[in-house]
Design a protein around this ligand. Structure first.
Ligand code: A2P
Length: 280
C-alpha cells in the first residue's frame, strides 16, 4: 500500500480504502464532528462508526458539507447487540442511515456475535441478523456486509448461507494477532480489519516498539499502523487530536524490514482492550 486512497479488494470485488478512521470513544457532538472533518481534510476517505458509539449523527454532520462526492467516501457502521434478528436489524439500519444522512452504507457489520454463553439459540440469531444484512445488500442499500469480533466458531453458520461475509473487524495490534481467526478469514477470503491497532493506546509506551519506531524516525502509533498494513490487515486508528489524526495517516513513506516484522509478530500479549466475544 503506497497511499491512503489505495484499496483492498473485498471478496465481492468492492474496493475499500486501506486506512480507515476509527471513531469508537469519540464523544458525540462537536468533538466527533471536528475529528471527522480533520480526518477528511488529512486525506482519510474511510470512516468507521457504529450505532453503539452513539456518534453517528455527529459524523453525519461532519460528512454532509464536505466537498467530496459521496462515492469517494467509504462509510462503515455496525448493528448493535440489542438489535439482533431480522426485524430489529432492519429498523436499526434505517436509523443509522438517517443519522449519517446518507442513503447507503459501504459496509455494515454485525458488531458482536450472539454466543453460546449468553444465548441458547445463538447460531440462529446470528443467521437471522445476517438474513437482514443480506437482503439490504442485495437491494443495494449496503455495498458490502460483514461481521466484527466473530471467531471461527461464530463464522461457521454464516459460511453456510448464500452470501459469506466480506470483512471481519477484530481487535488486532502487537501482542494480540488472533492468529486462528485471521487464518480462517484468509482461507475464506474475508478481509480482516483491526480495531484499536494501538491497543487503545497501550502500545505507545512499550520500549521495544519505541526502539523499532525510532529506527525509522516514526512514532509507535505510525509503526503499529504500518505493521497492520504489511500483515495485510486494514487498520482503523482512532483519535480526536488533530495532530495525531494527521500523524496516523503519514505512514506511506516507510517500510518495516522483514526482521522487524518478525520481531513484532513474535511479541506475546502485553495489553489491549480486554474485551472478548465469549466473556464480555
Ligand atoms: P486521542 O483520541 O485522545 O487522540 P486505538 O485506535 O488503538 O483504540 O487507540 C486510540 C487511543 O490512542 C486514543 O486514546 C487516542 O487518543 C490515542 N492515540 C491515537 N493516535 C495517537 C498518536 N498518534 N499518538 C498518541 N496517542 C494516540
Amino acid at each position: 500500500m503506497e497511499r491512503i486512497t489505495d484499496t483492498y479488494i473485498l471478496n465481492n470485488g468492492y474496493h475499500i480504502p486501506c486506512l480507515g478512521f476509527g471513531t469508537w470513544q469519540s464523544p458525540n457532538g462537536e468533538t466527533a464532528t471536528a475529528a471527522v472533518r480533520t480526518a477528511v481534510r488529512a486525506g482519510y476517505r474511510h470512516i468507521d462508526t457504529a450505532a453503539a458509539y452513539k456518534n453517528e449523527s455527529s459524523i453525519g454532520e461532519a460528512l454532509k458539507p464536505v466537498d467530496i462526492p459521496r462515492a469517494e467516501l467509504f462509510i462503515t457502521s455496525k448493528v448493535w447487540d440489542d438489535s439482533r434478528g431480522y426485524e430489529k436489524t432492519m429498523k436499526s439500519f434505517q436509523k443509522t442511515l438517517d443519522d449519517l444522512q446518507t442513503d447507503y452504507l459501504d459496509l455494515y457489520l454485525i458488531h458482536w456475535p450472539a454466543t453460546k454463553y449468553r444465548c441458547p439459540d445463538w447460531e440462529a440469531v446470528n443467521v437471522d441478523t445476517w438474513r437482514a444484512m443480506t437482503e439490504l445488500y442485495k437491494k443495494g442499500y449496503i455495498k458490502s456486509i460483514g461481521v466484527s469480533n466473530f471467531l471461527p466458531e461464530h463464522l461457521e453458520a454464516l459460511m453456510q448461507t448464500e452470501i459469506i461475509p466480506m470483512v471481519d473487524q477484530i481487535e488486532y495490534h502487537p501482542g494480540q494477532m488472533q492468529e486462528e481467526t485471521v487464518d480462517y478469514c484468509r482461507k475464506h477470503d474475508i478481509l480482516v480489519e483491526a480495531w484499536s491497532p494501538l491497543g487503545t493506546g497501550r502500545m505507545l509506551t512499550d520500549r521495544r516498539l519505541q526502539d523499532i519506531a525510532s529506527k525509522y524516525g516514526k512514532s509507535v502509533a505510525q509503526l503499529c499502523i504500518r505493521w497492520c498494513l504489511q500483515n495485510g490487515v486494514l487498520p482503523l486508528p482512532k483519535s480526536v487530536t488533530p495532530s495525531r489524526i494527521v500523524e496516523n495517516a503519514d505512514i506511506f513513506d516507510f517500510h518495516l524490514s522483514d526482521e522487524d516484522m518478525v520481531t513484532i509478530n513474535s511479541m506475546p500479549y502485553f495489553g489491549g482492550s480486554g474485551l472478548h466475544p465469549n466473556t464480555r
